[in-house]
Design a protein around this ligand. Structure first.
Ligand SMILES: *Cc1c(COP(=O)(O)O)cnc(C)c1O
Length: 367
């Protein structure tokens, strides 16, 4: 058997007719940047997600940067983020002129450890970026309480957590604003780069929209300097075509996670992922902890099973952050995890036979 880590082709084939039609219609209408398809996607996503304002932009990284710039974050400020994430969660802090401050991740749930945040807050702290990693939400109620009490902004990085919930409320609806990525491999993915900002703050939404479009809401009326970070019509049409399927695909990911959970039970050498109580995981990734991880990955590869590591080096230990002078003991959980985590194939179209094959292969490795 050959099991890729993700299979974007399988999803395309399942909606091919509608997708081809949607893409062709953008081309024949030549609505390449902005315009009708973009407005339609923003409205549809706001409606599906249950949020007042959706501001689309070029990618998820930009959405974090735009939010921080429009919250007035810059030189002399500090922003707290997670030690294990994709580098967008921290490089955008630096891009604003502020300093990234890392907190270690939770030993059971792998997302930002809420118990370690307060100790990192200084007079310079302006915001916390809560990264809901792998589809698993942070303890966002607790983080929200800390941010409110300290009078700092809460920004949610939802790039890996579309439609995850905590206490029945969706990721991205707890903070001042939230960032989404629609990178092709994300749970809701475009056919290129795409992202958006969501917020219930109308003024903030308008400022973000203006900043992402050269500082102008109306052509040639630049109220400030901005950047060029717009969603294109083709990506908007792709996203609008996929959006009606997202709940069904998220349910399929949950079903697949349960099948993995059963199939991987009782294997010494493997620790299955745990779901935080009172939350719904959206299973962007299915991450196990494995003894002899690299050997296992090699063994699986030889059997046609592709795996990945998210991420092989904790952010503060990357060469990019050597100037901060962190050592492994500063982030013991992230450091321990980086040597043992392994992401198994996970996507809605994965069949129970395929999961069975992956799990049997893992069992074979340890026995
Ligand atoms: C993918 C991702 C981003 C960035 O999204 P892009 O669309 O690739 O720019 C930001 N944060 C996290 C946690 C991500 O996984």
């Amino acid at each position: 058997m050959n099991i890729p880590f993700v299979d974007l082709k399988a999803q395309y084939l399942s909606i091919k007719e509608a997708m081809d039609r949607a893409i062709f219609s953008v081309i024949s209408d030549t609505s390449f940047i902005g315009g009708k398809p973009v407005k339609a996607f923003e409205a549809a996503f706001a409606d599906a997600y249950g949020v007042d304002h959706v501001v689309s932009c070029a990618n998820g990284t930009d959405s974090l940067y735009i939010i921080m710039k429009q919250l007035g974050i810059g030189s002399g400020d500090e922003v707290i983020t997670a030690a294990n994430s994709w580098i967008s969660s921290s490089e955008t802090i630096t891009q604003t002129g502020a300093k990234p401050v890392f907190v270690d991740v939770h030993p059971d749930y792998y997302s930002m450890d809420e118990r370690l945040i307060e100790a990192k807050i200084t007079r310079a702290t302006k915001a916390v970026i809560a990264v809901h990693l792998q589809g698993q939400m942070c303890d966002i109620e607790k983080i929200r309480e800390i941010c409110d009490r300290k009078g700092i902004f809460l920004i949610e990085d939802c790039a890996q957590s579309h439609f995850s919930t905590s206490g029945g409320k969706r990721a991205g609806l707890f903070g001042h604003a939230a960032s989404f990525s629609f990178y092709p491999g994300k749970n809701l993915g475009a056919y290129g780069d795409a992202g958006c900002i969501i917020t219930s703050d109308g003024l903030l939404a308008e400022k973000c929209r203006m900043y992402a479009n050269h500082g102008a809401l109306v052509k040639h009326q630049h109220k400030m300097e901005g950047i060029n970070s717009r969603l294109d019509g083709l990506q908007a049409a792709v996203l609008s075509t996929k959006l009606p399927h997202i709940m069904e695909w998220t349910a399929a990911r949950r079903r697949n996670a349960m099948i993995y959970h059963e199939a991987l039970s009782g294997i010494t050498g493997i620790m299955r992922p745990e779901v935080r109580p009172d939350t719904e995981h959206s299973w962007h990734l299915y991450v196990v902890r494995a003894e002899r991880r690299d050997e296992l990955a090699h063994f699986l590869k030889a059997r046609g099973v592709e795996t990945a590591i998210h991420y092989p080096t904790a952010l503060p230990l990357l060469p990019a952050y050597a100037y901060l002078g962190a050592v492994p003991q500063d982030f013991p959980v992230a450091y321990r995890l980086q040597a043992s985590i392994l992401s198994l194939p996970m996507y809605p179209e994965l069949s129970s036979e395929m999961i069975g094959y992956v799990s049997d292969s893992i069992r074979a490795f340890y026995s």
